[in-house]
Design a protein around this ligand. Structure first.
Ligand code: ABN
Length: 171
């Protein structure tokens, strides 16, 4: 109740001080601002750089097997095949199933879960082959086994290259 009264008083005062048009315009701006603000892009590049292991002023090399998030890769890096470390090259599509690895980011000392999705639909890329296999397990633990064609359940089972997508961090 007190809130209603307060709001009414403020509104009346504002209406006396300003014209109706200008009040509506101000109200409109406030409403648009409230709705639009949450969807405006924020610069999160500092956080992204940290998560990807870039030290300030030093970019990571996505085409090197030494990049920490490639710790359990077995395949050709998509970043050398016309895609990136997280996207498939044109003409291929991500595997519907994947294996996961846990890799330590030296920039923050935290362990990250990484999904290794093969890209399917073209013959093998053949560039930047990495076989790091950290904590990889034999086929009876299929979810953490990488020596298998994960394009097996896609419409095209041709394996082209492998992406490495960070799923989360162990807190
Ligand atoms: N997961 C990469 C891969 C694809 C085909 C065969 C072996 C390994």
């Amino acid at each position: 109740m007190w809130f209603d009264n307060l709001f009414e008083r403020q509104t009346r005062r504002a209406a006396q001080r300003t014209g109706r048009r200008s009040m509506l315009a101000t109200l409109g701006k406030a409403m648009v601002g409230t709705v639009a603000l949450p969807v405006l892009p924020f610069d999160r590049s500092a956080h992204a750089a940290a998560a990807h292991g870039a030290r300030p002023g030093k970019a990571v090399d996505e085409t090197s097997c030494d990049y920490w998030k490639y710790c359990a890769v077995d395949g050709f890096l998509c970043s050398c095949c016309g895609g990136s470390s997280t996207t498939c090259p044109p003409g291929t599509e991500p595997s519907r199933v994947s294996w996961v690895g846990t890799c330590r980011n030296p920039a923050d000392g935290k362990d990250y879960m990484v999904s290794y999705n093969d890209c399917c639909g073209k013959t093998t890329c053949g560039r930047c082959e990495c076989n790091t296999n950290e904590r990889e397990r034999p086929g009876y633990k299929l979810g953490v086994h990488n020596d298998v064609n994960w394009c097996m359940s896609n419409s095209s089972t041709m394996f082209h290259c492998t992406t490495s997508i960070i799923l989360g961090v162990q807190e």
